[in-house]
Design a protein around this ligand. Structure first.
Ligand SMILES: [Zn+2]
Length: 269
């Protein structure tokens, strides 16, 4: 089953979450409690494991700031002419990434969604039609998430989709709660390359390499200019001692990972 690799990787990452955080419901901790907990954990744990910045409630912006690892994320595809060069470069470089896909495009090019999984990358929900979710009624938001989920399930067999990135990062409390209720972890990023504004490959490369830091999540788009910038971004990061991880891998080493519902992470095989 094609989804097994991804599910296994996901489960492996999630198994590393502190057990207390996986209790079948979302935990809401006050800022004070979080700070006390983090202070306690950072005092107790080996520096390698419990060291990230305080988490920001239900959103993931970055990983563990003390680990030299980077998560590359690519939004908006997949369409053949844009994603194929990116997948080829990632394969050549032995780099795993996370792709936030649009359901309409997955329906049109299901083989590309399968290829993402088969080549060892992670896949996430970026809505069905890429609308401004904050302008939709609750039912519309649910529909956008569910339809994309169904498109990915149909294309890849993945049922335990966990990652969500709102189109344009436009996300209010309502969108966030709806995504949570459906079992999603919402992933933003802390480095954007402005690669949706017609920047040149050189500009994208310069912007990303200048901002790279431990535990960063780099938000990129599946466009030719980004593919052009990618080899140099990867080379620079590798030479600087970074390794590339997927979002679930990165989450497994955060101080207080975003919590998930237990029922959503049980294997379906
Ligand atoms: Zn997008």
């Amino acid at each position: 089953m094609k989804s097994r690799g991804t599910q296994a990787a996901f489960l492996k990452a999630l198994r590393n979450l502190p057990a207390a955080l996986i209790r079948g419901r979302w935990y809401v901790l006050s800022c004070t409690t979080v700070l006390v907990m983090l202070g306690f954990l950072s005092a107790q744990a080996p520096s390698e494991t419990i060291t990230s910045d305080p988490p920001t409630s239900d959103l993931v912006f970055r990983g563990n700031a003390r680990l030299r690892e980077i998560a590359l994320t690519f939004d908006d595809g997949p369409v053949p002419e844009d994603i194929e060069p990116i997948l080829r470069i990632l394969k050549e470089e032995g780099v795993s990434a996370t792709f936030f896909v649009v359901g309409d495009r997955v329906k049109e090019f299901p083989h590309l969604a399968r290829q993402i999984i088969e080549e060892g990358h992670e896949i996430g929900n970026h809505s069905m039609s890429h609308p401004r979710l904050v302008t939709l009624a609750n039912e519309g938001i649910v529909e956008e998430l569910s339809e994309c989920e169904d498109a990915i399930l149909e294309a890849t067999g993945i049922e335990t989709l966990k990652l969500f990135r709102p189109p344009g990062l436009r996300c209010d409390d309502r969108v966030l709660r709806i995504a949570q209720k459906k079992g999603y972890i919402t992933v933003h990023g802390d480095i954007t390359a402005n690669d949706y504004r017609g920047s040149s490959g050189g500009n994208i490369e310069e912007l990303v390499t200048r901002k790279i830091r431990p535990g960063c999540i780099v938000l990129l788009h599946m466009i030719p200019e980004t593919a052009e910038a990618l080899p140099e971004i990867i080379r620079h990061a590798k030479e600087s001692g970074y390794r590339f991880v997927t979002i679930p891998e990165m989450m497994s080493r955060m101080a207080r990972p975003v919590t998930v519902e237990e029922t959503r992470i049980r294997p379906t095989f």
